[in-house]
Design a protein around this ligand. Structure first.
Ligand SMILES: [Zn+2]
Length: 117
């Protein structure tokens, strides 16, 4: 969820949780909204709903957003097994979350997804 439009404070999240040996350094920290951080918890992997296979989650420091995700209206589609598992684990398409995204898009304040490098 975009930082400027979110009422709850953002949280600094360990991408690889400390319980899995993830370090507390800038390469392993992400600024996450409460919703994403709450759903991610210590997870580092999820099930790809298309195949049932265990795959690692999207890594916001090293993975390309546009390789793994695409906006379809206000719904986030996973393009890869990593993208699909991340959408699932982080519950990124919960109805109220999609509704907020839709409202921000209608107001013209939803940021464009980052371009791949
Ligand atoms: Zn979020």
């Amino acid at each position: 969820m975009p930082f400027l439009n979110y009422r709850l404070p953002f949280q600094v999240d360990h991408i690889t949780a400390r319980q899995h040996g993830g370090p507390t350094d800038s390469g392993n920290l992400a600024f996450a909204c409460f919703h994403c951080n709450r759903h991610k918890g210590p997870n580092i992997a999820g099930l790809d709903p298309a195949t049932g296979q265990v795959v690692r989650l999207f890594h916001p420091r090293t993975d390309s957003w546009s390789e793994h995700f695409r906006l379809e209206g206000a719904t986030l589609a996973g393009l890869t097994s990593i993208g699909r598992a991340t959408v699932q684990v982080l519950a990124m398409n919960e109805p109220e979350f999609v509704a907020v995204r839709e409202a921000l898009m209608m107001e013209g304040v939803y940021p464009q997804p980052p371009r791949s490098a």
